[in-house]
Design a protein around this ligand. Structure first.
Ligand code: SF4
Ligand code: SF4
Length: 76
């Protein structure tokens, strides 16, 4: 299973750099496209598939209809 952010579609990526900043192995490079927007590119040789990048990506959040499953049981 692939745990990195490569499943995030380019059009969904905001270029926030959260994935870039959290990667403990410097496996992510922000590469500028021809319009000047930066998107993450993963170096598969450095990536350990730890999943930190995808867990911090806001675009990888569960859809609203699943939010109830994510509520804390102690305060819901
Ligand atoms: S899965 Fe881990 S090692 Fe791979 S790019 Fe994401 S944060 Fe870096
Ligand atoms: S954390 Fe998500 S939205 Fe932000 S740059 Fe990485 S892939 Fe794009």
């Amino acid at each position: 299973m692939n745990n990195d952010i490569s499943a995030i579609k380019k059009e969904a990526c905001t270029g926030c750099m959260a994935c870039y900043n959290i990667c403990p192995h410097n496996a992510i490079t922000m590469v500028e496209d021809k319009e000047g927007f930066k998107y993450p590119v993963i170096d598969k040789d450095k990536c350990t598939n730890c999943g930190l990048c995808s867990s911090c990506c806001a675009e990888n959040a569960p859809p609203p209809e699943l939010f109830n499953h994510w509520l804390c049981r102690h305060c819901a």
